[in-house]
Design a protein. Sequence first.
Lengths: 750, 338
Amino acid sequence: MADTATLIGRPSIGQPTRRVDGPLKVSGGARYAGEYFADDLLHGYVVSGSIAKGRILSIDTSAAMAIPGVVEVFTHENRPRTAWFDSKYQDQVAPPGSPFRPLYGDGILYSGQPIALVVAESFEAARDAAALVKATYAPEEHITDLDAVKGQSYVPPKKRSGIAPPPEPRGDAEAAFAKAPVKVHETYRVAVEHHNPMEPFATTVVRDAGGKLTIYDKTQGSQNAQAYVTGVFGLNQSDVTVVNAFVGGAFGIGLRPQHQLFLAVMAAQALERSVRVVLTRDQMFTLSYRPETIQTLSLGSAPGGKLDAIMHHAVAGTSHFEDYQEVVVNWAGLLYGCDNVKLSYELAKIDTYTPSDMRAPGATLGVFALESAMDELAYAAGVDPLQLRLTNYADFDQNEDKKFTSKALISCYEQGAERFGWSKRSAEPRSMRDGHELVGWGMATGVWEAKINKTAARASLTETGHLEVSSATSDIGTGTYTVMALTGADAFGLPIEHVTARLGDSSLPTAPVEGGSWAAASTSSAVVDACDKLKQALFKQAQSMPDSPFGNVDFDGVAFRDGRMMLAADEGSSVKLGEIVRSARQHRMEAEGSAAPDSATQKEYVSYTHSAIFVEVKVDEELGVVRVTRIVNAVAAGKILNPKAARSQILGGVVMAMGAALEEETFADHNLGRFMNHNFAEYHVPVNADVQDIDVIFVEEPDDKTSPIGAKGIGEIGIVGTTAAIANAVYHATGKRIRDLPITIDKILA
Amino acid sequence: MKRFDYVRANDVGEAVAALAASPAARIIAGGTNLVDLMKYDVETPERVIDINRLPLNTIEATESGGLKIGALVSNADLAYDSRIAERYPLLSSALLAGASPQLRNLATTGGNLLQRTRCYYFYDTGTPCNKREPGSGCPAIEGVNRIHAILGTSDQCIATHPSDMCVAMAALDAKVHVIGPGGERTIAFEDFHRLPGDMPEKDTNLQPGDLITAVELPAEDFTAHHSYLKLRDRQSYAFALVSVAAALKIEDGRITQARLALGGVAHKPWRDTEAEAMLKNSTPGVASFSAAAAKVLETARGYGENSFKIDLARRAIVRTLKQAADGTPQSQTDKRIR
Ligand SMILES: Cc1cc2nc3c(=O)[nH]c(=O)nc-3n(C[C@H](O)[C@H](O)[C@H](O)COP(=O)(O)OP(=O)(O)OC[C@H]3O[C@@H](n4cnc5c(N)ncnc54)[C@H](O)[C@@H]3O)c2cc1C
Ligand code: SF4
């Protein structure tokens, strides 16, 4: 890599860098899936069902068909034939089970299920007609209330790929708990939340004269969507390109193909036309959600708080057709040293759509319960909550008996506490005031997995010396474009304006879905590798040029800077990169590279990001109003590639945690089996007035094992633990322990 | 969304005639509520009559020393009008507690009066709702009713009127000017909105073909002692769980006049004149405020999820009266509750 000293004044890895896609985004130049056009584009509007379970008896489309401009109304009765086997509907991230197949038959599996697609020459005609599609149903008894079925929970018979089941018990947790002098045994819950990215789900299928499809889809993985479409519709990979150049947020809901993709492709194929389908905000609440999960935590400790027993049991809701799973309880065996640990995770089936990954899936829930219980233990043992964490600090992963690649959590605790002023906290609940408001200070630990996934990238240099780096990864607003461009710029010592990053296209080098906080580390590591290979190819070519100054050196003897290759020992002897390309009689030279987890490292090491969160709340107790006035989140996440974008990611995670802690809740009417507050007026996420002081610290954490580039990923860690820190601060302020998020006015008053 | 015709009225006469000609028509003012309801197929007018060109966008002094607010004055213009801000700060404050700046720029005085409930079921045509489809049932009573009413409910409907502006207007004893097929008339604010009873589909006592032309504020001075306190699920941009408008006149340590109205608790802005009468002649303080609150909530009834509102309303009334009495009205920008 280029000598950093030569890069001063120029953005590079580790320096705060503005988003390269920023100008496009703020000027409207960035196009999203529902914003592509085609000649003769048809518009589809989804009709959503109203019962939770049963059969469609009849579906009358005649009034809809009579609306001028309506081309077709697709229902289960006239839907074109697609793949017969449900396995064809599987995707990279599908949990075990039988994926939902839109318009497959007359069966209704959940409220809001798509029952028809109206396709018309204009969006307005399609919407107008959709209201006229009338279905009659034979309803069957449904259950959407997890409490009603939690007694029938089961251990998922088939594990979801990539999701570690709870480890085997260690020691004898029951016995240790029974005789522990200090105990906490409580139940914690978090309300159902919907992802609700700003951009609604949309697909525009552009069909060319030869029947090839270019599909603009809102997805976190263009190649995942492409594989789904080719599988379901029996198409060749070469006939289907999926593009997701810009994604307006996703938070995990875009990992799996959503029903508008199926419906848009189905209509395009059947009608041999280009088709666009956009979901409404309300229909976004008929997609996946963060599963309701009931957690029981038991902690037993010695008088000083040293843990001797941990039991964590969770029951999570899933659909009747898939066993969605996430890692909820394992964190309790990982985060603290303890020899007697028993962890269990079970599912119970309800009549809703399958839940899905939502920002830090599993950890957001599990760590909320764990870190709330740790706070309770601190009071029970009479020790400072921060001291309790230090007393139980884990130096290695007891779940897997492996070492950490790096773990700078102690620095997070220290720097976070220092910045926050934790030492000035008075221990007693209800002991701090500001006028008539109670003041509460709470803290918690956050943890999230750090990994890279097999990813390929291409680097290509043009005859004018412009570098392009590309990969089929996605940028869901997280800054992948910028990190890729930065990595390329760094590798070649180029100003970032001379580098173009391309992503979000299934025809680019293979990359997995963008999730799990792995994209930046994986993609940039692959870009480094591709750039390295390209540099070597350029070197070889340069050696063969007439009068080459590089004849007598090997690759280590050259450097790359400002668009030139030069002798490291004599910078005056250099050749322009574009000249090297031209000397090969090419317009461009390119190379592919890749990155993948190193299995030797994985045998010995695990890798996680960590954080320490400190929160101040002010509570008007009489009226039940909580304001979060200050948050310090200190994060250890390996090398921070772009501190500016990384800080934004943490801020976003913290704000989302404020929503989960205080506001977010999708209300289900269990009589109707339906989510009811399906719009942004009634589903509350934080607004500006809710957000005050948020301070993000990135602590130093050298790591040479997680990824070749030294990064761990920061997309999710900001939300983990923050909800617990807020709830703990509310306890410290009021003496009220609320174990059931969100903490709304009624719960403070209760 | 159903197809509809659009006509634009150029003066009040044209609007009244257009309304008379097609009873299934709807007036559009700011459109911030009507258009949403049309997209949801809750409102399905065959004709939409645009009144935005009508000369109803001014605020004028009345002969009796009050102000007459044209039906098309926007919520933003009304809140920041210097005469309103200085002489009726309670109304300014209530307006600024509502919605968002963007919505307040569009929303009009007439439209705000007639905005419909935010009951989840009312907005969702996939569910029954007596207000939307009379006779279909009220799932909210045994369902999701966190935001629903605790006062004046019926076994047909427990929806609330969601406006902030109207709570202040109720407290200020405003009058609504309307013009209909039979000519002009005024309706006391108290009689404008109605309780659901067995006709929850009817929000107000307007007659078919009525156009609101103005809201009149009488000449009264509550500038020294007033407050609007809104409690909601986030610090801004959420409808009230409970809101309270209080206006007092205090002389020599005694309350000589009191106004008290609540939002978010009933099918209409809930003004309680009996509680006001109790406050009159009392000494401002927790004792008299609590007694008034108890009076307001005497007949309150919860439906499960919303039962907390009874206690919350009691506390909110006491606090708002205290803010008013102390001359420290709630700020709508500083989110700390005084
Ligand atoms: C997300 C959101 C949040 C909101 N939050 C709040 C809040 O916190 N507090 C609050 O008080 N409000 C809130 N509002 C509601 C807002 O105040 C109303 O939508 C607005 O006041 C309606 O005014 P408008 O002019 O847009 O009415 P329109 O939508 O144009 O009309 C509403 C109704 O009034 C009728 N109408 C309008 N003018 C007349 C007239 N002159 N004569 C007869 N009939 C007429 C229309 O036919 C229609 O039935 C919110 C709205 C939204 C969308
Ligand atoms: S409360 Fe009123 S508006 Fe809501 S469902 Fe019942 S009848 Fe409809």
